[in-house]
Design a protein around this ligand. Structure first.
Ligand SMILES: *[C@@H]1O[C@H](CO)[C@@H](O)[C@H](O)[C@H]1NC(C)=O
Ligand SMILES: *[C@@H]1O[C@H](CO)[C@@H](O)[C@H](O)[C@H]1NC(C)=O
Length: 222
């Protein structure tokens, strides 16, 4: 939640840079086939196990879901966000869904407690600066800071179990490469609407700490 604490302060300082971090889907490497607007990034490097991307700051509308399983919490939170873009805001504006959709997943969860998942929709460039005011008090705005992320992509459905598998594979590859990343949470990242059946694209992200490491072989990591 430190991201949202920062959000108000940062948003006052970086209104200019916010709009450029969201752009048309055709300028961002074909990941966003289902939406008009997409989060822009710079590819830093790619190994056979992961890629490193650089994102500049952007603003999102977010909501938390408390649940024992990702799927259950995510469905409720998704509906809340979808209502917001469908007009459940004080200005009554509607806009198209953007890509990607982020789910922040905590990693240190006690077995007997539900986890808090945070779902976020990217605000389109026209609303990065002044987003419509949500009518549901469970919605809030977050600022994603400038950051480098380690990314692993996979196809099919973003089910709890496949997401966990790919998170494990990414974290293992990063550990082997001596890459430093924030272990407290990862992001489950979706690009497609639930209606799309083929060629679905999903990702797992870890936020890099320090200079990103691009070598997948420990001997050339430094
Ligand atoms: C992307 O689409 C916009 C409008 O749809 C167009 O103006 C622009 O030239 C396109 N850019 C690329 C790189 O194709
Ligand atoms: C890792 O992420 C958590 C949650 O966003 C944050 O509180 C913490 O400061 C981060 N750790 C580092 C070393 O940046």
């Amino acid at each position: 939640m430190s991201v949202c604490v920062l959000s108000l302060l940062l948003s006052l300082l970086s209104l200019e840079s916010l709009a450029v971090s969201v752009g048309p889907s055709n300028s961002s490497s074909g990941l966003c086939t289902a939406s008009d607007q997409c989060l822009q990034f710079q590819l830093v490097c790619r190994t056979h196990e992961y890629e490193v991307r650089r994102y500049s700051s952007s603003r999102w509308v977010s909501t938390d879901a408390e649940a024992y399983f990702l799927g259950v919490g995510a469905a409720m939170a998704f509906r809340r966000l979808y209502h917001y873009i469908s007009g459940a805001n004080k200005e009554g504006v509607t806009f198209e869904m953007t890509a990607p959709v982020l789910v922040e997943v905590p990693e240190e969860v006690k077995m007997w407690e539900p986890a808090i998942y945070t779902l976020s929709f990217l605000l389109p460039s026209a609303y990065q600066e002044r987003p419509p005011t949500p009518t549901n008090e469970k919605l809030y705005f977050t600022e994603m800071p400038d950051m480098d992320v380690y990314v692993r992509s996979y196809g099919g459905w973003m089910l709890s179990i496949t997401s966990r598998l790919h998170t494990h594979l990414l974290s293992r590859a990063l550990t082997r490469a001596h890459a430093h990343f924030n272990h407290t949470h990862h992001y489950a990242v979706g690009y497609d609407s639930p209606l799309k059946l083929l060629n679905r694209h999903n990702e797992v992200w870890y936020v890099a700490e320090g200079e990103p490491v691009c070598g997948s072989n420990p001997t050339d990591a430094h």
